[in-house]
Design a protein around this ligand. Structure first.
Ligand code: GLN
Ligand code: ZN
Length: 770
């Protein structure tokens, strides 16, 4: 039996990589210092895994930005716009990498970055490879080789990790018409052979190929590409031990293809798909010599493994194929886990009771090793001690009073269909709302946040450190809110917002006030490049002890005669952007959050707030990887939103906001959410995204974003009029709102003011021409 790891967090346990990268980008440190930071992180990671006793330690799991971008550099898939940077400007490999990741605007060059998108259903983002007709590939970066040699110097015979060629192609995009990127496999494979040759020459025995596209429904051609690819690799490298890894889902309908591959070890994500082990143990696989890597330790969440349960799975496999053919592993790369629980030393942030239930990357590595020891009876004294510790911790979690709140459970059970439904249909609500609200046609509003200046952020930091008292902090927030309200009135916006100055983050702010949530101090996870997030931890039944937003919303409303829109984060988004419980279905946790938000909505209404927005930007990213599972998810997700929104009277107007593209495939579900008004991102697609709503004849009101908040550029009134004219062309004017694409938190005040004045003028012009 062997242990191996699929990948270790590369940001450094104190976010050293983030800090060094950002310093390098702003010219504060030389490149050598950045490279040194990378090398130190790699060495530390290898040491941690070696000390823990992992048999096969990965290399090339490190990256200065993203492993997909690294692969593009390896195979020389460098889009045309960067060629002059490479050949004339002679950028070094690392500078080229950053130019592709972040764009390059210096000395007469102005090149845009590559597109970024989410890595499967995680919150990690990768840089989308770009392909052209008959694209040629050449070996450019030998990073994988360098990292292997570097590990060797530390006395580690590492296992290089490569993104498999089929997934690499499928994750990319055709930048020209007339071909499918999978047809490039013939051009691409020789580069993989070339690098494999080099690796074998320096003594590589094992290579891990990540083919996570096997967690999607592949068509026949794609499956064939998988078969021929691994057939060819195995023909050319008969002595190389190939590990094929996919994760985040079952192999599903790709299973037969995968079982026929000439690979020596097949990795299974048994956290996401425990059933596939039984499926495989019933096939001819049992009679082969191949090994199974059991991904038992959850790489996507922060809970301690349940040793007892894992051992029963391992033993089942041992019975069928013997211990020699079994490897133990995390379910996927640990880049989705925070680094080290031992760094959580602040008992008031993360209490010892909760901490004993958790495990971050470093602890997960230990779990992998202990599971092996327990399974084969190695190191029995210590392993048994650990087993007992693990059992006690997991048992305490099952029965802890911190987790279980009978009132919440009962309330979830007693939810009726009526609770997920507004009193009357939209057509009736609409009339009542218009009577009360008295808004002009093409009403203007914003999405919630106003610029969070460095100053505002220092107030919060000082308040948290105790350098500002609650009264002092509140006074500063009140001042900022007052100014925002006055200014919105001045420029003539119709529906105002309080500005969200009191909020650090749209999920954290609510998590901090809800029971059942806790936070780590250092539980950072890479989101993209140097950006890291620290998701809240939902450990118990969720409830709302006290109102969360009423104070600041009412305060803002007291300053003006115009309507102030209450601003809440929706249950699906709170769920999606947190580490969630694994002891009950996600849907259950989501429903509990929905009830807490519902109470908040009702309280806001009681205080005279007539317009309430429940943001759900993450509803689409929660979609399961396989489309056959979509409807089940959408059913409970939409229901959760409706529960949160349906406690109010007909004349209270519920808004929702989503900022993502592609509504086509889920437009019915969005309509089922039945928000009175939805605001969406639209400007970057020139309103094309509205087509889905138009085709569907979306009945409720809608605010298609008229300007892109992701850039400091100030759009002109005429541009926005043109966009709204397009919207008018496909949807009834009486249903249309005028607003930006998203919140303005990341913008500066100067550009925000100019842009919103233009926006209000655009709405006025539209009314005149009505
Ligand atoms: N109300 C939030 C804001 O304006 C919405 C953010 C989002 O959609 N991501 O900041
Ligand atoms: Zn948004």
């Amino acid at each position: 039996m062997q242990t191996h790891n699929l990948g270790y967090p590369r940001i450094g346990s104190q976010r050293e990589l983030k800090k060094a990268s950002e310093q390098y980008w702003s010219g504060k440190i030389p490149v050598q210092q950045l490279l040194q930071t990378g090398s130190t992180i790699r060495q530390q990671n290898w040491q941690i895994q070696k000390n823990a006793g992992i048999d096969l330690i990965p290399c090339n799991d490190f990256s200065f930005y993203d492993q997909v971008l690294d692969t593009s550099l390896m195979v020389g898939a460098i889009p045309g716009r960067y060629q002059s940077l490479l050949h004339e400007k002679k950028l070094s490999e690392i500078d080229l990498l950053f130019a592709m990741a972040r764009g390059y605007q210096k000395d007469d060059y102005d090149v845009t970055a590559m597109e970024m998108t989410k890595w499967f259903d995680t919150n990690y983002h990768y840089l989308v490879p770009e392909f052209v007709v008959n694209q040629k590939f050449t070996l450019y970066s030998t990073k994988v080789l360098n990292e292997f040699l570097e590990a060797k110097e530390y006395g580690i015979n590492a296992k290089p990790v490569l993104l498999g060629p089929v997934s690499y192609l499928l994750l990319g995009k055709e930048k020209e018409a007339g071909f499918h990127r999978i047809s490039l496999i013939e051009n691409l494979l020789p580069i993989y052979f070339e690098i494999l040759n080099k690796l074998v020459e320096v003594g590589v025995n094992y290579v891990q190929f990540d083919e996570p596209c096997l967690s999607l429904n592949l068509n026949k051609f794609e499956q064939e590409a998988i078969s021929t690819t691994y057939q060819e690799i195995s023909n050319r490298f008969p002595d190389l031990h190939i590990i094929l890894a996919s994760y985040f889902e079952c192999y599903g309908q790709n299973l037969q293809t995968v079982l026929n591959l000439p690979v020596q070890t097949l990795h299974l994500d048994l956290v996401r798909c425990p059933a596939q082990l039984d499926d495989i143990l019933q096939t001819d696989f049992v009679r082969s010599k191949n090994k199974l890597s059991l991904g038992l330790v959850d790489g996507r969440n922060i809970w301690k493994n349940d040793f007892q349960q894992s051992l029963s799975i391992i033993n089942k496999a041992i019975e069928k194929i013997g211990a020699d053919r079994i490897w133990i592993a995390p379910s996927c790369s640990l880049i989705h886990s925070p680094c080290d629980l031992d760094l959580e030393t602040n008992d008031t942030v993360l209490t010892p009771e909760i901490k004993q239930w958790l495990s971050f990357a470093k602890q997960k590595i230990d779990e992998v090793v202990i599971l092996k020891q327990l399974a084969i009876g190695e190191n029995p004294t210590i392993a048994n001690l650990k087993f007992n510790e693990n059992k006690i911790a997991n048992e305490s979690r099952k029965t802890s009073l911190l987790i279980h709140n009978e009132k919440v459970k009962e309330r979830v059970v007693s939810i009726s269909e009526k609770d997920a439904q507004r009193i009357n249909d939209f057509s009736i609500r609409k009339t009542k709302q218009h009577e009360v609200l008295q808004l002009p046609i093409f009403p203007t509003t914003t999405i919630g946040s106003f610029p969070q200046t460095a100053e505002v952020r220092t107030w919060r930091a000082k308040f948290k450190k105790g350098e500002l008292s609650q009264e002092q902090y509140d006074a500063l927030i009140a001042k900022e809110t007052t100014e925002a309200i006055k200014w919105q009135e001045e420029i003539g916006l119709d529906v105002l917002v309080h500005g969200e100055f009191e909020r650090n983050d749209m999920v954290e702010y609510f998590g901090e006030q809800l029971d059942g949530f806790t936070f780590s101090k250092n539980g950072w996870v890479q989101s993209y490049g140097s950006r890291c997030v620290k998701p809240p931890i939902i450990y118990g039944d969720v409830s709302r002890p006290l109102p969360m937003t009423v104070k600041w919303t009412s305060y803002a409303q007291s300053l003006t005669k115009k309507w102030v829109k209450g601003m809440l984060t929706g249950p699906v988004t709170i769920l999606q952007w947190s580490f969630v419980r694994n002891d009950q279905p996600r849907s259950e946790t989501c429903t509990q959050i929905a009830l807490a938000i519902r109470d908040e909505v009702v309280d806001l209404e009681k205080e005279g707030i007539k317009i309430i927005q429940i943001d759900e930007p993450a509803i689409r990213e929660g979609l399961p990887l396989r489309d056959e599972n979509w409807q089940e998810y959408l059913r409970w997700a939409v229901r959760a939103f409706r529960i949160s929104a349906s406690g109010v009277k007909n004349d209270t107007q519920i808004h929702t906001h989503m900022c993502y593209s592609e509504f086509n495939d889920i437009i019915q579900n969005i309509a089922d959410m039945d928000a009175d008004v939805i605001t969406i991102e639209c400007s970057r697609s020139q309103m094309d995204l509205l087509d889905a709503f138009a085709k569907f004849k979306y009945p409720n009101e809608i605010g298609p974003g008229v300007y892109d908040i992701h850039s400091p550029r100030v759009p002109s009134k005429d541009e926005m009029i043109t966009l709204m004219e397009k919207a008018k062309g496909v949807l009834p004017s009486e249903n249309l709102w005028v607003n930006p694409d998203c919140g303005l938190k990341t913008r500066g005040w100067d550009e925000t003011k100019l842009a919103l004045i233009e926006m209000v003028n655009a709405a006025k012009a539209l009314r005149l021409s009505q």
